[in-house]
Design a protein around this ligand. Structure first.
Ligand SMILES: CC(=O)SCCNC(=O)CCNC(=O)[C@H](O)C(C)(C)COP(=O)(O)OP(=O)(O)OC[C@H]1O[C@@H](n2cnc3c(N)ncnc32)[C@H](O)[C@@H]1OP(=O)(O)O
Length: 131
């Protein structure tokens, strides 16, 4: 799993218990999944269709740094299935895992459109193939 993004837990990210608010973490995960999918599928019209069970295992406190990891489970015809793990860099504990996040590639009409991708692509390989 690649951990692309780090976040710094700020006062506005906390719940009434003084720990990282779960809804804020889910927003970070959704954005990360969307950005990852947009880059992989080379289409900015990608939406979140489904998220499987979300398992909160530990937490983070103000000032902690968390990192968000994404991996591809499966390339479908119009969909991309991802999984996600968020870790606390301070405690090295896993904060949350999401086994399946289904992202759907859309056409200009807002309907699912085949993306034609079958494997993870890296920007450096895309650039190399353009030379
Ligand atoms: C980043 C964001 O925050 S986006 C905002 C939040 N998300 C949204 O607003 C999306 C709202 N939902 C929608 O617009 C519609 O449900 C759509 C366009 C995403 C999908 O429409 P559907 O009629 O369900 O599409 P369809 O049945 O053709 O399925 C599309 C793909 O999703 C998969 N899929 C749909 N539902 C599920 C599900 N519950 N579980 C797993 N996969 C699913 C299908 O298997 C299909 O994949 P494939 O083509 O790779 O085989």
């Amino acid at each position: 799993m690649r951990f692309h993004t780090r976040k710094w837990v700020k006062p506005e990210d906390l719940n009434a218990n003084g720990t990282l608010f779960g809804g804020k973490l889910l927003a970070w995960i959704d954005e990360e999944a969307a950005l990852y999918s947009i880059i992989q599928l080379e289409n900015k019209r990608v939406v979140t269709k489904y998220m499987s069970e979300i398992n909160f295992m530990s937490t983070a406190l103000k000032g902690d740094i968390v990192e968000i990891g994404i991996d591809v489970v499966k390339f479908g015809k119009t969909s991309l299935t991802l999984n996600c793990e968020v870790r606390n860099k301070m405690t090295r504990e896993t904060i949350v895992t999401v086994d399946n996040i289904i992202m759907v590639n859309l056409g200009a009409d807002g309907k699912p459109k085949p993306h034609g991708k079958t494997k993870i692509e890296f920007v450096r390989d895309r650039l190399a193939s353009e030379v």
